[in-house]
Design a protein around this ligand. Sequence first.
Ligand SMILES: C[S@@+](CC[C@H](N)C(=O)[O-])C[C@H]1O[C@@H](n2cnc3c(N)ncnc32)[C@H](O)[C@@H]1O
Length: 222
Amino acid sequence: MTATDPAVVGWTDRDLHAWQILRPLLDAGGYLPWSEGAMRPSGLVDVCNEIVLAKRRRILELGSGTSTVLLARLLATCGGTLTAIEHDAGWATWVAGQLAAEQLQDVARVVHAPLVASPPAVSALPWYAAEPLAQALTGGAPDLLIVDGPPAYRSGDSLARAPAVPVLLDRLAPDAAVVLDDIERAGEHEVLERWEDASDLRFERRPESGIAIGRKHARAMA
Ligand SMILES: C[S@@+](CC[C@H](N)C(=O)[O-])C[C@H]1O[C@@H](n2cnc3c(N)ncnc32)[C@H](O)[C@@H]1O
């Protein structure tokens, strides 16, 4: 077995099916260094469907990676832009370089935002630095927020993503959707409950894809 065997990275038959659905995007720009940290294929298909069917055109992603490049490939065909927030400078450089190599820099960009102490009113957890985050929000309110960062897999970091909705909800479009990845983990389970307690958002949990999706107000699907 290798680190990328489906069984090792927690993929299911649904993910192997989703991998085939994603085939046009996987083939569009060549090899990507898929790793355990990447969103599962079935979660990515749900996000792609949300972009296509609900016509999401201004995407904000917390935590960049292969998902950023894959979604940029989709947006290049259906229209729209993506901004990814990344705390790790080296990884931000790699993702931005890949986007540039595929001539996708006008579709998607990576903003490096180191993790710093949060405003005390929001949480005791580190969060993306305010200035680069504000810069990332210039140019219009996002209509889809994907929360796949900061990393939350280590014990002690399990609530690392909790500030996303308190900090960003008011900055999103009135009919925006919010996606949280990794909902099989206890930390993300608690994060969803906190978000529902603190806002009008109600999340549809999709354990089969590893994501949950909440909408501020219903948007007509295609
Ligand atoms: C859950 S990952 C985000 C994954 C990304 N949304 C995706 O699906 O590809 C959270 C963090 O892990 C780091 N990361 C993700 N993929 C990585 C890789 N292949 N190598 C190194 N760091 C990675 C980045 O710092 C990222 O912000």
